[in-house]
Write a protein of this length. Sequence first.
Length: 125
Amino acid sequence: MKDQGMWTWHIGAGVVILVFLGLHMAIMHLDAALGLIFSPAGGHPIDWGNVVARAQSSFFTVTYIVLLGAALFHGFYGTRNIIFELGPPQGVKTAVNWLFLLTGIVLFVVGTWAAWATFQLVQTV
C-alpha cells in the first residue's frame, strides 16, 4: 500500500512538471503571442527587464519552488525504482533510500533558499 501511495505522488509530480514546464515553454517560446503578459518590459523574454519583472512576482517564486520539489521527487523516486528493479540486497536499498532522501532535502533547501533570496533581492530594485 505504501508503494501505491508513493507511485501516486510520483505520477502527480510528473503532472506538475508537465504543467510548469509547459508554462515555461509558453513564456520563453511564445513571446510573440504572450509577450504582453509575461514580458512587461517588451522585447525578448530573457531581456533583463523581463527577468527582473518575473523575479519580483511571488507567483513565479512559488512555481520555481514547487517545480524544484516535484522534479527532485520525481527524479529520485524514479531512479530509486530503477535501482530496486535490479534486486540489490537490503543494505544497498537502505543506503540508496537514505542517500536520495538526504540529497533531495539538501538540494530542495538550497534551491528554495536561492529562489527566496532572489525574490527578496529584486524587491529592493
